[in-house]
Design a protein. Structure first.
Length: 153
């Protein structure tokens, strides 16, 4: 099964949305393969957001992402990257469709509740960035046969 990384940003933690958002992923049928709370620092964020370091808003992004601890998740499932991105919605919460996480919980482009890997390749790199091998679990819940048809597993 495919794996992806999700970060519950400080805006989700401080506003108390962790349970509601996690429930959405589980209700969809995604499997938690790893989960932990951590405080991000500037060095890790500069690597994670390397493509944004030269943008004028980067200092604000750093401040936002270090405002509280975050929760990082490794989720797995069939087409997990695509499924999580669809559940997450557009980056800017004002543009995200109602029913998506950002569409229901965010009014901002920066304080947009959640990070989700954008591709399978990014997911692989990001999971290694935030988790050690022994923090990712290869397990399958008993109800998995009710999530997928036999030819989808």
């Amino acid at each position: 099964m495919e794996k992806t990384l999700v970060i519950f940003k400080p805006s989700a933690i401080v506003r108390g949305f962790v349970g509601q958002i996690l429930a959405r992923f589980q209700q969809k049928g995604l499997i938690i393969a790893g989960m932990k709370m951590m405080q991000l620092d500037e060095d890790l964020l500069r690597v994670h957001y390397a493509h944004l370091v030269d943008r004028p808003f980067f200092p604000s992004l750093l401040e936002s992402m270090m405002a509280s601890p975050v929760i990082v998740l490794c989720l797995k499932g069939k087409d997990a990257v695509k499924v999580v991105r669809l559940l997450t919605g557009a980056t800017n919460g004002r543009e995200a469709q109602p029913g998506t996480i950002r569409g229901d919980f965010s009014m901002s482009g920066q304080e947009n509740i959640i990070h989700a890997s954008s591709s399978i390749e990014d997911a692989e790199v990001e999971i290694k960035r935030f988790f050690s091998d022994d923090e990712i679990f290869e397990w399958c819940p008993q109800n998995v046969r009710m999530l997928y048809a036999p030819d989808e597993m």
